[in-house]
Each structure stands twice: as structure tokens, then as C-alpha cells.
Write a protein of this length. Structure first.
Length: 225
């Protein structure tokens, strides 16, 4: 698990395709020296396992599924990536719970400078738009962000100067792809709500429904999700 608080920026030093899979070598910052073989690390929001460490170079194996569902499939040598080491139980949860299991990619549609900050509009697949809620959490290239506004299958986020300094997000322009991970809590709630409709005769219907969630404080004042 991760928090979506990017710790540093790495560089793709080598990308070797092996059929439908790949092996990446990523140069990491000096303060990532505690990385070990077998550790998990988020690369642009994608959870990968470190298979080798040599100095400041990490080797990472990337599956065909990961390449097809994320921007890592088009990553090129020399490009910069956001990095975050796995969450420890003693760490502060500064962002939100991020699994590193990317749901898909989005496209940057607009970047607007607003005094010292930036407003970025991102479009996503229509199938993911139902999970967007105003002031909800979302991970973009591994960055924990708050949704300012939802417009159908697109949303706005605000990038403060600190986020711009320590991540790659502002270096990407209009038309660039970004990794998207929806807040995992919303997906579990949906599963509970629709379990009754999908249940087979051998399954026990869920006791969690919309009325129960509203009764315990989930959803808006009118019970809207």
C-alpha cells in the first residue's frame, strides 16, 4: 500500500521488452538507499516489485497486464517517473490509501496557471466516471489529489507549488496520458450495493444496501453518492 505522497523522481535508464512483458531499470534518488530486492515501489502510481538493486539502479519486472493498463507501456528511456516507497504501519497517512493497482489511464485536456498553482483537467474512460465525486480522492501518476470539480467523464484537480516541484505532473503537457487509480473505498461500496443483483442462488445476499449506508453517514445529505 501507498499514500500517494510522492517521495522523489526517478529516471528510466533502460527498458527491455521481452515479448509482451518488460524489464525496467530505474535510477533512484540517493535517499532511496534502503530499497531491497523484493520490496514494493510505486512507479508513476504503479506498484512494482524490485527484482535487483545495484547502487542507485533498481531492476523491475513489468507484466503484460500492467503494460496494457498503464502508461508504463509507452514509457521511454530517459523519461522521468514519480516514485514512492511502500507504506509502513508506523508512517503518517498524508494522502489517502493507494494500492498501486491502476484502473486505467486518463488524458490531460487542459492546464491553467492560477497565481502560484495550476488547474489540470483530465478526461478518463466513461466506465470510471461513476466513481468521481467532488472533493473525493484520486491518484494521478501516483499523486494523491482532491477532485475539485466533476464534468461527466472528466475532472479538475489543483496542483500546488510543492506538488509541482516534487513530481512530474506539470512537466506533462496537454494530450499526455496519466495513470489513474480510483479511490478503492468507492469500488468496495459499489460491490456491496450491487451484490444482491449479482448473487447466485448459492450466495448469501449482502445486508449492506443504500439505506444502511445513508443511515451510517455515507453519501450526501440527500443520500446521493
Amino acid at each position: 500500500m501507498f499514500t500517494g505522497i510522492v517521495e522523489g523522481i526517478g529516471e528510466a535508464r533502460n527498458i527491455r521488452k521481452i515479448g509482451s512483458e518488460a524489464t525496467f531499470i530505474i535510477r533512484i534518488p540517493a535517499f532511496f538507499s534502503d530499497c531491497h530486492t523484493g520490496d514494493s515501489i510505486a512507479v508513476d502510481g504503479v506498484c512494482l516489485t524490485i527484482t535487483d538493486v545495484k547502487g542507485n539502479l533498481l531492476t523491475l519486472d513489468v507484466s503484460a497486464e500492467t503494460l496494457s493498463r498503464s502508461t508504463l507501456g509507452t514509457l521511454k528511456q530517459g523519461e522521468m517517473v514519480n516514485l514512492e516507497r511502500a507504506l509502513r504501519l508506523s508512517d503518517r497517512l498524508g494522502g489517502h490509501l493507494v494500492s498501486g493497482h491502476v484502473d486505467g489511464t486518463g488524458i490531460i485536456e487542459r492546464i491553467e496557471r492560477l497565481q502560484e498553482s495550476w488547474i489540470i483537467q483530465i478526461s478518463i474512460d466513461q466506465s470510471l466516471s461513476r466513481y468521481l465525486i467532488e472533493k473525493g480522492s484520486i491518484a494521478v501518476d501516483g499523486i494523491s489529489l482532491t477532485i475539485n470539480r466533476c464534468m461527466g467523464a472528466s475532472f479538475d484537480v489543483n496542483i500546488i507549488p510543492q506538488t509541482a516541484r516534487v513530481t512530474t505532473i506539470i512537466k506533462k503537457g496537454v494530450g499526455h496520458s496519466v495513470n489513474i487509480e480510483i479511490d478503492l473505498i468507492s469500488k468496495y461500496i459499489e460491490k456491496f450495493l450491487f451484490h444482491d443483483r449479482l448473487a447466485t442462488p448459492k450466495e448469501t445476499p449482502s445486508r449492506i444496501d443504500r439505506d444502511m449506508l445513508v443511515r451510517y453517514g455515507f453519501g450526501g445529505s440527500n443520500g446521493d453518492f
